[in-house]
Design a protein. Sequence first.
Length: 452
Amino acid sequence: MSYKHIYFIGIGGIGMSAIARYYRFKGLDVSGYDRTPSDLTAQLVREGIAVHYEDDVKYIPKDVEDTLVVYTPAIPHDLGELVYVQEHGYRVIKRSRMLGEIASGQRCLAVAGTHGKTTTSTMVAHILTDCGEGCSAFLGGISKNYGTNMLVSHNPVVVAEADEFDRSFLQLFPDVAVITAMDPDHLDIYGTPEAYRQAFLDFAAQVSGTLIIKKGLPVKASDTKAKLLTYSYKDATADFHPEGAHPDELGYFIYDLVWPGGVIRDVHVGIPGWLNAENSIAAAAVCLSHGVAPQAVKAAIGTFKGAQRRMDIHLNTKTLSYIDDYAHHPDELRTAISSMRDIFPGRKLTAIFQPHLYTRTRDFAGEFAAALSGVDKLILLDIYPAREEPIPGVTSEIIFKDVTAPEKVLLRKEELMEYLENEPLDVLVTFGAGNIDRFIQPITEMLKARLG
């Protein structure tokens, strides 16, 4: 790359920060803006990346020819810094284009899908690292094995979480890819479920070597030039599937993995729940198709610790447990709740959910209500707006009114901690993609104090 400076607008995002770290590793001068400080921005600063939190053009490098500006579409289009660089001759590209440029010229292993992307891609990166091959990985969450959302290696293999938001994944041309789900989302971007699914078919057409899909997804061999294979946790006709899958007493799954090359006996998944067993099959399929040895795949799945905010267990006793999960789509909630019922059979499940985006709440209110009705008690918070302005008539109430859980309560997030102080709890889970993560530490500390 011929640039000396790379300036990120929205540098604190999970995907943006990974790319910022990558170019810092490559020796470039990296800096950027974000709206609010966070653990991620604090880590960037510790790594020598300058971050500021005011929309002010004085921080932008002045040598236009030697500066590349990268922005995320999650920021407002009228942000002062973005308008300035667009009007003053800088080269300005989206994050997805930047990831595409990094991946081009290297072997790309990509994980796409409405849900399961982060856990599966983080597991793929762990398998490649654990077996000694190495990879550069751009992840949508913090790997608990490595404490980061970005791994770097001189091995020319890139593991990418292929995000469908804003059609970002169409910047990637993977050698091996997996599609985990195609349940419609981001209808504010796509307009219709059909357009959403078509984007995945467009992505499938860009895969050159092997494409692995969850069995049952509407992708045909004629949709891709790649070799098409399937995986499934439940369907024994899939190319990659388990035999004898069962949980141990703590909810960690064990199975024999059947794949086109034979059977890998006695795979132990390092994180609990059937959903993570399914994700491990997808990750194994990618790595086996890439050429990793079967026993190396088995060993790494057993030592995988998961990703932060993905079925993330912070406290686990027989009388009080607390899990945090990023689920923010009805299907994610439904499968996460199902998996938690397996891990904690017979226990009372209380869920705190913060809806993410007004448009998503509006488009899927009924589906959210149905999914959340699967818990024993729901604590529903106000909508986290992220990049959106309020929509008249769209509040958490349009979900709440149709929830049929035995107990439910509607709260503002400012009321949450005081409410929990007096709440009898057994298994508590926080769900959402907004700033509900700010409650993880105080909830954990409060519950630990309750245990004494």
